[in-house]
Design a protein around this ligand. Structure first.
Ligand code: FMN
Length: 337
């Protein structure tokens, strides 16, 4: 069974890529991901705020002296538990490249154009095969228009693109007035691929302590429906590759991602919850399914259920909304409406 695919110009042995997560914190766990069958690893992110804080701290020490605490260290929430500084990040990429044979994709996470984007170059020099640029932005300014936000995205991509020769994928949110327009423009600005989509972690309210609390809940398969739909719509319409992230948990999820038109399916929650060995189980499940349904290769199924190729393309659009509403049937007598 031929599970090979390609993503960002990289030939991959199968479509399961380990998404950015704490699983890439240590060389050991990166090795385990490779042993388990991952075809590539996206490193956890280096954040714009970390890079800025680091240079502010350096400036402070150079100009004021090294024996006091730099103010910059307080700008950014302490990520000691999650993350290391920029230098160690680059070192980790170098070591990961030595330790494994699968491609290593660096990850930069930020929103503005500026000095921090030079880290894209440093990540390339550290040996990364590609870069994932995660633009995780929540516009709350009532004076900032949708067009302003879109330009901000495009500027960051252009900025990062200028710094590197390696392929760049952009991880975006689904919250645009026109995802299709945005996807095309990002590709025109130099994105070699789009990662659909960032999961936004919604804060909760702790009623007892009257605090807003961050809450990280792992995903469930159902969440894949959103990126699945957009991969199916964008397949064949933009020049870049497509990755699906959010809700990929089973072999069926990966198969659906391929049929929608994605080049790869990325996984984090499933591996964090049930172990990296899940990759091997899922690959085995894919092969069994493909055998039963007489597919020889992943290439053969790619895009077969995209909007371009299905008999009812409207199933991905507004018509589907009406159909879905109409399809509701009460579960039992007590649910009569
Ligand atoms: C604990 C944790 C840490 C994560 N860290 C990052 C990160 O550093 N950068 C990033 O782009 N995404 C990060 N993500 C998001 C994942 O890469 C992925 O896009 C998201 O979890 C959805 O995929 P899933 O449903 O397979 O979990 C993180 C997710 C989790 C659960």
């Amino acid at each position: 069974m031929d599970l090979r695919t390609h993503y960002l110009g990289l030939p991959l042995k199968n479509p399961i890529v380990a998404s950015a997560s704490p699983l890439s914190h240590e060389i050991d766990s990166i090795r385990k991901l490779e042993d388990a069958g991952a075809s590539a690893v996206v490193m956890y992110s280096l954040f714009e705020e970390q890079i800025d804080a680091e240079s502010e701290r350096l400036d402070y020490y150079l100009t004021v002296g090294a024996d006091t605490n730099a103010e910059a260290t307080t700008y950014f929430p302490d990520m000691g538990g999650y993350n290391v500084g920029p230098d160690q990040y680059l070192e980790l990429i170098e070591k990961a490249k030595e330790a494994v044979d699968i491609p290593i994709i660096g990850s930069l996470n930020g929103v503005s154009s500026g000095g921090w984007t030079r880290y894209a170059r440093l990540i390339e020099e550290a040996g990364a095969d590609a870069l994932e640029l995660n633009i995780y932005y929540l516009p709350t300014d009532t004076h900032l228009s949708g067009a302003d936000v879109e330009h901000m995205y495009l500027n960051v991509v252009a900025d990062v693109r200028r710094h590197v020769d390696i392929p760049v994928a952009v991880k975006i949110s689904p919250y645009f007035s026109s995802i299709a327009w945005m996807a095309r423009r990002l590709a025109e600005e130099g994105a070699d691929g789009l990662v659909l989509f960032n999961r936004f972690y919604q804060p909760d309210i702790d009623l007892a302590n009257l605090e807003v609390t961050p809450a990280l809940a792992l995903s469930i398969s159902h969440e894949m429906r959103l990126p699945l739909r957009w991969a199916a719509i964008l397949y064949g319409r933009i020049s870049g590759d497509l990755a699906i992230t959010s809700g990929v948990h089973t072999e069926y999820d990966v198969l659906k991602a391929m049929m929608a038109g994605a080049n790869v399916a990325m996984m984090a929650s499933e591996l964090l919850k049930n172990g990296v060995e899940r990759i091997g189980e899922i690959l085995g499940g894919m092969e069994r399914w493909m055998q039963e349904y007489e597919y020889d290769s992943v290439a053969q199924m790619r895009g077969s259920m995209s909007q371009r190729n299905v008999e009812q393309p409207a199933a991905f659009e507004r018509a589907n909304y009406l159909k879905v509403l109409d399809s509701y049937r009460p579960a039992g007598p007590s649910m009569r409406i």
